[in-house]
Design a protein around this ligand. Structure first.
Ligand code: HEC
Length: 387
C-alpha cells in the first residue's frame, strides 16, 4: 500500500517535471501561423467558453437594445473599431485578419448572445487578439455595440453602408444623440483621451482661419492602421461613382492627371460643396467615424469637430468666396491623398479675409466608397494683402 502510494507520487512528479521541461525547453510553437494541437484547442475552447458563460451569467441586459439610436451608435463604433478584424457585409477580408489566430468570427454571419458579447467586448479574451474595450469605453457604449451586433447578421452590404453612413461619430455623446443613450451621462472619450494630439496652440473662437499655419505637418495618415484597415478587396459601391460624376465641375480637369485618383478628388469636391452649402449631415457622411481633423495646429476627432468647429466653419464660409486653384491627388500606400489650394476672400467676424488655403485630405477606400480619414487645413494671408 505504502509502496503503491510512493510509486504514484513518483509518477505524478515525473509527469509534472516532464510538462515543465517541455514548456521550458521552448518546444511548443507559439507562432500565430502554426495551429494549436487539437488537444490544446479543445482545452482552451472549453476554458474560454466556460469562463465567458460563468462571468456573463449575471449581466443584466438593458431593455432598450432595440432603440434605433443606440443601434445606430453601435454601427459607427463597429465600423471604426471592429470591422477590420470581424469583417462586415460586403467585406471579403482585411489586411490584419488572415494573420490572426484564433480567427475572429465574422460577426456579420453569426449572432452572438448579448450577455456574452457584452462581457467579451468589455474584458477582451486573453491570448487572442480580442482587446478589452472596457478600458476606453463605458458600459453604455459597449451596449450600443452589442445592440448593433444583434442586427448585423443578415444585413446586406447596402444596408450596412447606409447605417454606418448615418451613424453619429464614434465617441462622446454629441448634441444629436443626447438622451438617446441608456442612463444618460455617457462620457466615454476614448478618442479624446487615447490619441496623441499634436501640441496645439489654443485656437481662439471663432477659430482661427487666419492663423499662419501654412506648412503645418500634413495630417498623420498612419493613424488609421487599426480601424480603417486596407479594404482593397472590398467591392466599390455606387456612392463613389456618383460623387465622381458630380465632382467634375470643381475639379477643373485635375482629375485627369496621370497617377491621380479621380474618385477621391470627387469626394474632396463633394466635401467642399457640402461645407459651403452648410450641410452638416453631408459633411459628416464623408468623414470616416475615426477621422481626424486638423486645423490651425489643432487635431480633433470627428465628434469634437461635429460639436464645435463644424458650425464655425460653415458660418465662416457663408461670408467668403472660395476659388479653387489646384487640386491634385495621388496614392500613398492604401490611402489616397488629395491636396487642394484655394483663395478665400470675403469677410469674417467683421474683418476682411484674404487667404490662401491649403487642404490635404487623406482618404481610404472603405465599404462605403472613399471616406476621408484625415483633414488638414492650413492657411496663410495672401501675399501683399493684410487680412
Ligand atoms: C485585433 C482584432 C480584433 C478587434 C479589433 C476586435 N476583435 Fe473581437 N475578437 C477578436 C478575436 C481574435 C476573437 C476570438 C477570440 C477567441 O476565439 O478566443 C474575438 C471575439 C469577439 C467576440 C466573441 C464572439 C463569439 O463568438 O463569442 C465578440 C462579441 C467580439 N469579438 C466583438 C468585438 C467588437 C464589438 C469589437 C469592436 C469594438 C471587436 N470585437 C474588435 C479579435 C478582434
Amino acid at each position: 500500500m505504502k509502496n503503491t502510494l510512493i510509486a504514484l507520487l513518483g509518477v505524478a512528479l515525473a509527469a509534472a517535471l516532464g510538462i515543465f521541461a517541455f514548456m521550458w525547453l521552448g518546444i511548443y510553437h507559439m507562432g500565430a501561423d502554426s495551429p494549436h494541437w487539437k488537444a490544446t484547442v479543445a482545452m482552451l475552447t472549453m476554458m474560454r467558453e466556460r469562463s465567458i458563460e460563468k462571468h456573463a451569467a449575471s449581466i443584466q441586459v438593458p431593455a432598450d437594445l432595440d432603440d434605433p439610436a443606440i443601434i445606430l451608435k453601435g454601427a459607427g463604433q463597429y465600423a471604426a473599431m471592429c470591422a477590420g478584424c470581424h469583417l462586415a457585409p460586403g467585406m471579403a477580408d482585411s489586411e490584419i485578419r488572415p494573420g490572426l489566430y484564433p480567427q475572429p468570427p465574422d460577426l456579420g454571419k453569426v449572432r452572438v448572445d448579448p450577455r456574452q458579447a457584452f462581457w467579451v467586448i468589455k474584458h477582451g479574451i486573453k491570448m487572442s487578439a480580442m482587446p478589452a474595450w472596457g478600458f476606453s469605453h463605458d458600459d453604455a457604449a459597449i451596449w450600443s455595440m452589442v445592440a448593433f451586433l444583434q442586427k448585423l447578421p443578415g444585413m446586406t452590404p447596402a444596408e450596412y453602408r447606409a447605417i454606418v453612413a448615418k451613424a453619429p461619430p464614434d465617441e462622446e455623446m454629441g448634441p444629436m444623440d443626447s438622451g438617446a443613450m441608456m442612463g444618460g451621462g455617457h462620457a466615454h472619450g476614448h478618442d479624446d483621451a487615447g490619441r496623441a494630439v499634436a501640441a496645439a496652440p489654443a485656437t481662439p473662437a471663432p477659430h482661427d482661419h487666419g492663423s499662419y499655419a501654412h506648412g503645418a505637418a500634413r495630417a498623420e495618415s498612419g493613424m488609421q492602421d487599426m480601424p480603417g484597415m486596407d479594404m482593397r478587396s472590398v467591392a466599390r459601391p455606387a456612392f463613389a461613382a456618383s460623387t465622381q460624376a458630380r465632382g467634375h465641375d470643381a475639379a477643373s480637369g485635375a482629375a485627369g492627371r496621370p497617377g491621380g485618383v479621380p474618385a477621391a478628388e470627387a469626394v474632396a469636391a463633394e466635401f467642399a460643396r457640402a461645407l459651403q452649402r452648410g450641410d452638416r449631415a453631408d459633411v459628416l457622411a464623408l468623414l470616416a467615424p475615426a477621422a481626424r481633423i486638423r486645423e490651425g495646429g489643432e487635431t480633433q476627432s470627428r465628434g469634437t469637430y461635429a460639436r464645435h468647429h463644424l458650425d464655425a466653419d460653415i458660418a465662416f464660409l457663408r461670408g467668403v468666396r472660395v476659388t479653387l486653384h489646384d487640386r491634385r491627388s495621388h496614392m500613398d500606400g492604401a490611402h489616397a491623398v488629395v491636396t487642394s489650394v484655394s483663395t478665400v476672400r470675403g469677410r469674417a467676424g467683421g474683418k476682411p479675409v484674404a487667404l490662401r488655403s491649403r487642404e490635404t485630405l487623406t482618404l481610404t477606400r472603405s465599404n462605403s466608397g472613399w471616406l476621408i480619414v484625415a483633414v488638414d487645413w492650413s492657411s496663410a494671408p495672401l501675399p501683399g494683402e493684410d487680412a
